[in-house]
Design a protein around this ligand. Structure first.
Ligand code: HEC
Ligand code: HEC
Ligand code: HEC
Ligand code: HEC
Ligand code: HEC
Length: 160
């Protein structure tokens, strides 16, 4: 990239927090709505969300628990078995706090009993892969809720 090009990208990032808004490409057209309509729970695929810092994204072995056999009629569905033959499936993480911020799902989901949709929107309506955050992560959102819920807003709670 030219120096001027880079300078423009950096400037645009400062204005729009581009690391959060540049759309990523996911390896497969995963459809949350289909799976949630089929009565699956978030924790079946995001296994650490109640007891760990990160929620985790599912391994292909999880998908193959059902997709060993064809499911439904979507032309995208046989690709699950194709991808399984090549090894692991490389989902791209979209929601991410910067390295200087400490966040943990356990405290919010299990401790604070906060619903996923408060921070991620209603996934039951999402039928295309997540390529940008449904809800933008901003310091003022974190602080606003902590204030309402009586949780400390000392800088060192979130910045380690
Ligand atoms: C508990 C069983 C189960 C698991 C686990 C599961 N699926 Fe599915 N999946 C289904 C069923 C059932 C359908 C068909 C739904 C329909 O057509 O109404 C489906 C449909 C699909 C489709 C077609 C989507 C569309 O737009 O119609 C894709 C792609 C897919 N699954 C990918 C995955 C991936 C990737 C994983 C792992 C992250 C996964 N599935 C895990 C049961 C499962
Ligand atoms: C069948 C497995 C499955 C179920 C059930 C499921 N998810 Fe997911 N989720 C995925 C996969 C695969 C991805 C990565 C691909 C994509 O973005 O669509 C993902 C991505 C996400 C992301 C974006 C992650 C990131 O990279 O930032 C969020 C947020 C999310 N899921 C929330 C939920 C919530 C909330 C529920 C329950 C209401 C749920 N998911 C249920 C498989 C699942
Ligand atoms: C209080 C807000 C909040 C709640 C509630 C919340 N999340 Fe998150 N989620 C975040 C933030 C912030 C990130 C980025 C974290 C990071 O960079 O480690 C994230 C990242 C994710 C990711 C991608 C990275 C990872 O951790 O694996 C998934 C998947 C996810 N959340 C799923 C869920 C599910 C499922 C629920 C409900 C059971 C949930 N989240 C509840 C704020 C929240
Ligand atoms: C919707 C409300 C809400 C939002 C949004 C929210 N928090 Fe929290 N947070 C809470 C609650 C409630 C607790 C206390 C949980 C408990 O009682 O265990 C908490 C606790 C914490 C803790 C303490 C965890 C521990 O283990 O002691 C950290 C760190 C934290 N939040 C960081 C963040 C960050 C960073 C964000 C933004 C990315 C954020 N929070 C957004 C409600 C929220
Ligand atoms: C409840 C969690 C939380 C608390 C408390 C908190 N922050 Fe943050 N902070 C974040 C998150 C999340 C980000 C990254 C997202 C963003 O930039 O909005 C961030 C980003 C930042 C940044 C870099 C972004 C920028 O605007 O340049 C600075 C500097 C910062 N915080 C300083 C502070 C200071 C100083 C305090 C104490 C007065 C504080 N923060 C308290 C969550 C928190």
């Amino acid at each position: 990239m030219t120096r001027i090009g880079l300078a423009i990208v950096v400037a645009a990032c400062l204005v729009t927090a581009c690391e959060q808004t540049a759309p990523v490409r996911q390896p497969l057209a995963f459809n949350h709505k289909r799976h949630l309509d089929a009565k699956m729970d978030c924790i079946q695929c995001h296994e650490q969300v109640e007891d760990g810092p990160i929620a985790t994204l599912p391994l292909i072995s999880k998908c193959m628990e059902c997709h060993n056999e064809p499911q439904g009629k979507s032309p995208e569905e046989p690709k699950v078995r194709e991808l399984a033959k090549t090894g692991e499936i490389a989902w791209v993480q979209v929601n991410r706090v910067p390295g200087h911020v400490y966040f943990t799902h356990q405290a919010h989901v299990t401790g604070g009993k906060i619903k996923c949709e408060t921070c991620h929107g209603d996934m039951r309506t999402v039928s295309t892969p997540v390529v940008v955050p449904n809800v933008k992560i901003e310091m003022k959102t974190c602080i606003g809720c902590h204030e309402k819920r009586g949780v400390s807003n000392d800088c060192t709670v979130c910045h380690k």
